[in-house]
Design a protein around this ligand. Sequence first.
Ligand code: SAM
Length: 279
Amino acid sequence: MPGTLYLVPTPIGNLGDISARMADTLAQADFIAAEDTRVTLKLLNHLGLKKPMVSYYRHNTGEHGAAVLNRLLAGESCALVTDAGTPAISDPGEELVRQCAQQNIPVVSIPGPCALITALAASGLPTGRFTFEGFLAMNRKNRRAHLKELRGETRTMLFYEAPHKLCATLADLREVFGPDRRVALCRELTKLHEEVRRTTLGEAADWYAANPPKGEFVLVVEGGAPAAEETPTLEAGLARVAALRAEGCSLRDAARQTAAELGLPRKALYDLALGKDLS
Ligand code: SAM
């Protein structure tokens, strides 16, 4: 029987966010696959745990992933951790989970710290529907192409961003969504200098151009206003009546159906179709 892959979230800055379940899972797993074993060693020391570790990060997922998979298939259990936050969310793990799913290896995802959900909850922007866009590309052309795809997006949008790219990203966001679009810049969440700056894209771009950003950011950008629904005109209704009549409907039935479909007054459609002047 295969072992289980446990996805274990770790604090995004505050060690107080370590949960009992997270510590128990690390203690009980046969081995730990860690994004950076030096970072995870500090966490294990804090918890007073000693565990065999293997590294599993962006550039070795192929070779090390296969080794982890083999150990799982042989019955060992593995706790996957990254440097901070939830594995597989803009972090290594997605591919390993996919492979486990393919091979019917059980995967248990333990709830815990995740920067995007922490930021969304604090943003003050609508949380009912949102889209997580991860990191934007370094390359300006690709970054702008990504943002242009989001032009008509009405849901709240979340982006991860590194401080050295923030100013360029804010300038592009301002250009694509306009300076008045609301944004919450969530910085250093759960840490000493935690800050949620609720402002507009125009003001944020100006502020950070003058005050170099420091720390880790999640940008929460308000969605666009939904496109106004077009109210059907009587002319459009008349065209629909004519089309239904051409299909063999009586004028009475065509007017009734069109009124129901387009929400227009039945009698006005009927009279107009008869050529009566409604003015
Ligand atoms: N898997 C992680 C998670 O669940 O949040 C995300 C890892 S991703 C490589 C790192 C990015 O997450 C950072 O560049 C930043 O955008 C965001 N992030 C992580 N910790 C943060 C914090 N304490 N405050 C704000 N953003 C944070």
